[in-house]
Design a binder for this molecule. Structure first.
Ligand code: NAD
Length: 449
């Protein structure tokens, strides 16, 4: 695999103007859809192999999300591509001022293993819509999905337009040392820093979709039954390996006991008495990740769960309490089915603690008290928020999805994906007339305009 040559070929393909028309981009999106549907069964098999993900969960959280992005984009692209007229200002009279969404050129998309299909293909939809050529670098850890992703791309596109580059850190490092025109990275915060540093060397614009600790706050005034049902779903989806999974429970001390009872009730309802034997319950991606998670079980007192199976790489949903604030489980993103419980007495304590951990990717508030909800919303910064639910703010196409500070930079989904993969070029087209006062020699007297 000659990375320099692939980049060079893509650059000439772009510079020759191949990707500029609406027709070319719509055709490409249709080809992508056709190829995804052609390999649909292979995608399910791959996701089952990598994560033991059920067919329905795979459809809803991976395939459907990409197909609906393609559907929306093909419908709206003509309008999105149209230059927007704005006021040129009186000094420019007569003239036209336009904002034209311009493709960047060669875009590099680097993706992680946890939603290995969706997180590779969803940004790709935006990059195609924006008129870029694309280098895709999927995760080396989700081996089966990476294999089928490569087949999907090869069936639909030539590498001078869209190419998949497989491999680990060495391949990403080589890609990052080259000059590309846009970098879209999804992954961990530490690797995000490496990507941002590499981008700075060439002053390449970038988006970082990172992780972190997303708190799940449960106020005393709450419908606890409904709240816990939604929390169990959001935490255990993909085996807890979701960037916006509620990371830890931050609950009013008076309702902690009932929370624990209800957590057990819903977990059992969804996955049976022993979730690690359920086909609906995902496994941990690799032995290394499994070991890391099992070590976290020593960071507090287990109140529910804690069992694991080394062969199937599964860990039962676990509640753990009395974890010290400086223990690894309370400092690092958990990214697995382990839930530490922390309590508060007064709502005022909540934002103070959350702010100490950096800016979360997602923040969840379960409460019936509007004042308390507002209090937390106004005193914390996070990429996004779901109130009285988990994960759901990711679903609407019109809500940009992204982090802030430690949890990321930039956003995508729907129009925001197109916006991310295009540069807003300002164009002023001047008419024949020039006002006299524009040119020297200047008079000392003038009117205020
Ligand atoms: P990761 O950062 O380890 O890897 C992501 C990508 O970067 C992979 O393609 C990998 O090959 C590459 N990479 C790894 N180490 C590198 C290095 N030293 N130099 C250059 N490239 C390197 O992330 P992961 O473990 O695959 O995914 C889990 C993380 O991703 C979690 O932190 C999670 O929160 C985050 N995440 C964020 C989002 C989001 O949309 N914000 C979505 C999913 C996952």
């Amino acid at each position: 695999m000659n990375i320099d040559k692939i980049i060079e070929d893509q650059r000439s393909f772009f510079n020759n103007g191949n990707t500029l028309t609406l027709k070319f981009r719509i055709d490409a999106l249709n080809k992508l859809k056709e190829s995804i549907l052609y390999y649909e069964n292979d995608i399910y098999t791959a996701l089952d192999k990598d994560l033991n993900k059920s067919r329905l969960e795979s459809y809803l959280t991976e395939i459907q999300m990409v197909l609906s992005e393609i559907k929306l984009t093909t419908k709206k692209l003509k309008r999105w591509m149209k230059p927007k007229r704005v006021s040129p200002g009186i000094l420019n009279f007569p003239s036209k001022a336009l904002i034209k969404p311009d493709p960047y050129g060669v875009a590099l998309i680097i993706s992680p293993w946890n939603y290995p299909f969706q997180l590779l293909f969803s940004p790709l939809v935006g990059a195609i819509a924006g008129g870029n050529t694309v280098l895709l670098k999927p995760s080396e850890i989700s081996v089966a999905t990476t294999e089928v992703s490569e087949k999907i791309i090869k069936r639909a596109f030539d590498p001078e337009y869209i190419a998949v580059l497989t491999g680990g850190v060495e391949v990403t490092t080589q890609l990052l040392s080259n000059k590309t025109d846009y970098i879209f990275f999804t992954g961990s915060t530490p690797v995000g820093k490496i990507v941002a540093t590499a981008a700075a060397r060439h002053l390449t614009p970038f988006t970082l979709e990172l992780g972190g600790k997303s708190p799940c706050i449960i106020d005393k005034e709450v419908n606890l039954n409904r709240a816990v049902k939604r929390i169990v779903w959001g935490k255990l989806l993909n085996g807890g390996q979701t960037c916006v999974a509620p990371d830890y429970i931050y609950i009013h001390k008076d309702i902690k006991k009932t929370f624990i009872q209800k957590f057990i009730q819903f977990t059992t309802e969804f996955y049976g008495d022993n979730p690690i034997s359920s086909n609906n319950y995902c496994k941990i991606i690799s032995e290394n990740h499994f070991k890391r998670l099992v070590n976290l079980l020593d960071d507090g007192q287990i109140v529910y769960g804690g069992e694991s199976n080394k062969e199937s790489l599964k860990i039962n949903p676990t509640l753990i309490e009395n974890c010290s604030d400086d223990s690894p489980i309370m400092v690092n993103e958990i990214f697995g089915p382990i839930f530490p419980i922390k309590t508060f007495e007064n709502i005022e304590e909540v934002p103070v603690y959350i702010r100490k951990q950096g800016k979360p990717l997602a923040l969840y508030i379960f409460s019936k008290n509007r004042k308390n909800i507002e209090y937390i919303l106004n005193r914390t910064t996070s990429g996004g928020v779901s109130i009285n639910d988990t994960i759901s703010h990711l679903i609407p196409h019109d809500l940009p999805f992204g982090g802030v500070g430690e949890s990321g930079n930039g956003a995508y989904h729907g129009y925001e994906s197109f916006n991310t993969f295009t540069h807003s070029k300002s164009i002023l087209k001047k008419g024949d007339f020039d006002p006299k006062l524009k040119f020297p020699p200047y008079s000392n007297e003038h009117k205020t305009i």
